[in-house]
Design a protein around this ligand. Sequence first.
Ligand SMILES: Nc1nc2c(c(=O)[nH]1)N[C@H]1C(S)=C(S)[C@@H](COP(=O)(O)O)O[C@H]1N2
Ligand SMILES: [Mo]
Length: 519
Amino acid sequence: MAPAEPNAKPFQQQGEVPNFPEELPGWHGYVEWEKYPEKKKAAARILAKYEFPLPPEFQFKPLPDTNPILEGVRWKYYHYAMGPTLKDLPDISWKYVLKEKSQDMIHVLQFPYNGEPPRDRLVKTEITPNADYFVRNHGGIPEINPNDFFLDITGLVNNPKRITLKELQDESIFPRQSTVVTLQCSGTRRIEQIHEYPGDGDELINAPWGEGAIGTARWTGVSLKKVIKYCGGLKDGGHHLEFYGADTYFKKGQVYNYAVSVPVRKMKLNEVMLAWEMNGEPLPKIHGAPLRAVVFGYIGARSVKWLYEVKVIGAPSMAPVQMKEYIYYTPQIGKQNAKYSNGFSIQTMPVSSAIMTPLSHDQIIHDGHIKLTGWAYSGSGWPERVEVSGDGGSIWYEVPYDKMSRKYFHAWRTWEIDLPVDAEGGLEFVVRAWDNALNTQPTYVRSAWNWDLHVTSSCHRIKIYSINRSKPLTAKRLKLLEEKGLSILPITQPLEIDLESNEEYLEEMAKREGRDPLE
Ligand SMILES: Nc1nc2c(c(=O)[nH]1)N[C@H]1C(S)=C(S)[C@@H](COP(=O)(O)O)O[C@H]1N2
Ligand SMILES: [Mo]
């Protein structure tokens, strides 16, 4: 189970148990906040009574080797404090993790649930099985009965409408769209930034993601463009689309429904889908059932789950997830001088890639070639070339085109290469991808460190230990160990036998003219 957070005292209700009733029958775990400013204020007053436990320090210390790695006590307590409607959500959400996700997921944060699949499995298939698809939640999982579900289209459209799921699925009203799309969380590979320089430790949870917060699925639904057309099109001044999710989000003592926005241009390009199917199956609860947005090429945060309202607005959303988070600062900006306005708002994802096998610190016995596998992705195009280096980035080898999965406009490519490796000992393997517009990746994590620790798109580097059996001495040593029933692995354990016999030593010394000159 979850590791204990040392600073967390058991939750203690302060004052009367609040009651924020559910908004709609058949929509469990959904409290509407955005339409009721008074209710929001009441929730803020309640939250102000508490001193919530601090997030544990895991950026300056090693991460616990538990699974879940982190528990998220603070976020559980936010939910407990809100009374009966939300207090069960940590448990309910965990129940869906166990039901809908693979048993061996790496649970990066138990609540709100964040999880990624084991590294080797993620790139075995170009389409990620639903059970292995990463999950990034900011709150609990609402349980919404599909028969009770509807989507509201509001704001600057000519005919605002309430559309049921049945209507959305009626092909005589809306043509279906089915597209292979990769979603990538901007936190992918955050662990590399944490290891070099820590960042913002509170607001962002800073889930210490590895390389697996990315996945590819065939999503089925309708293009939002068709839905907006069905509502009579945009009114003048409608420039952005705000998406609302039914989950509750807590930030700096306030409550919200999860909300973000994308420019209408994205919708006009048919790059925003409202999806109810994932890889031919009904959308899993944990991935946003009954309905989610899928925004092609953008940071995962815009693909709102449990989507219940699309509001056409004039300027980018002022909701905290859009305005205050997912901001990419320069290395000179941090806790001392950051403002919401002095960084990029992360929308289109840059070109990036990762080596998924071998794993960092693997010790590899080989015959002059090592097989590497991984993924490459670009939000504004597609990966055209992947290059791998066995020496930290001096010499690069191109992944053969027939060892890359097929091209899609909106998806990653998985790849593999038999990398020639002559050298032995500790080596640094590096990958970089090039997209069709010739964009490639920054060289080092340091080149693109940013305070919120987003978008670690620098060349991915792993450290391995090479044992090359095509070298005569190595072959001989391995054979000897095998005869004695000993293993060379792990290299961190002492070798129990002498490195050579006295006779061999003397013979070698003679050949080398001894240790010291004779005159
Ligand atoms: N309603 C809602 N939608 C959400 C989120 C959320 O917490 N609530 N998380 C976002 C983020 S940050 C990401 S990366 C993706 C992850 O999608 P997945 O969990 O289906 O993989 O969902 C996005 N949509
Ligand atoms: Mo994300």
